[in-house]
Design a protein around this ligand. Sequence first.
Ligand code: RIB
Length: 364
Amino acid sequence: MANMKEIARIAGVSLGTVSNVLNGSARVRDPLRRRVEEAVQSIGYQPSALARGLRRDKTNMIGMVIPDVTNPFFPAVIRGAEDVAFSNGYRLVLCNTDNDHVKELAHLNELRTYLPAGLIVIPSNFSDLTKQAESYQRNGAAVVCIDRLPKRWQGDSVTVANEHGAAAVTRHLIRLGHQRIAVIAGPLHLTNSEQRLRGFRRAMSEAGLPVPPEYVQETSFDVPGGRAKAMLLLRLLPRPTAIFAANDMIAMGVIEATRSLGLQCPGDLSIVGFDDLEFASLLNPSLASVFQPGYQLGATAARLLLDRVRGDTSPARHIVLETELRIRESVAPPVDASQPPQRRKAATASPPGTKKRTSTRRRS
Ligand code: RIB
């Protein structure tokens, strides 16, 4: 307030005029506006966003809650949301939940007290977002959920075609001649993991290929999870000739396990991931993956959120973005492990066309 009085004194206008210029709350004649703006500049005055937010019951802040700030998939999503928010005069505040619904709840409760214009959330495992969002919406804040949806979510959402992408990459492996294909799914209570697994199963069943229960593993979306589950799968007899990993971090774990067992990728095992992180094309062999548009995911969510902030009251929207297959060196036709090395080499060039019985027995 002291600063506003000072501005009024320097500009030679009333306190009301200063307030109208700073808040854009009424039309002020151009010469007066300019005098106020010059006075603001001369003392380097910066209005308090918090004070303005309190007056309007809403700030220009958008909260973004994500499950794992160390996972390389999420920065692109954040960047997309931030670009759109920033260019529209909004500021993004980031909260990391470590995939922990208790931590998520603490963030959601605290963020609310800052009167955000809205929230973009990638829910944690076992998220209670559906309940929390209601109280945000009662206070006039918009909430958009992205990437994966919590139980009973009816609000706005932006996701990708997980099932379609997973089916496409599985079909590619099948076309190469793979019949013993295993999957390492992400946590199956997450909608995106569940959809990816469904896509895998759909492609396998379309091709009439069996999926033995041991060939379906579930883990967290990270390297250690992928490594541990791959160690298990690669000790089965017969062992799978290909593994679909539900994200690139899991795929990295599979690559590590493959190497540590002295196996070759793709000679002994084809590996595909999901996400298509930047490093996927840099690995050796480069990793085949299903690209999901992380940047677009965040940017689309921010645009949708801003529509709501600006008064769009149309029914909830569910936007689904396309995925894209990126085939690289980590996949090749299967080699029959029962053949001697010379024959195995030849078999890499021409995939076996006949179906074999798939049984999965642990190697002793
Ligand atoms: O890599 C992180 C994974 O979790 C991604 O596949 C993304 O979809 C997220 O939910």
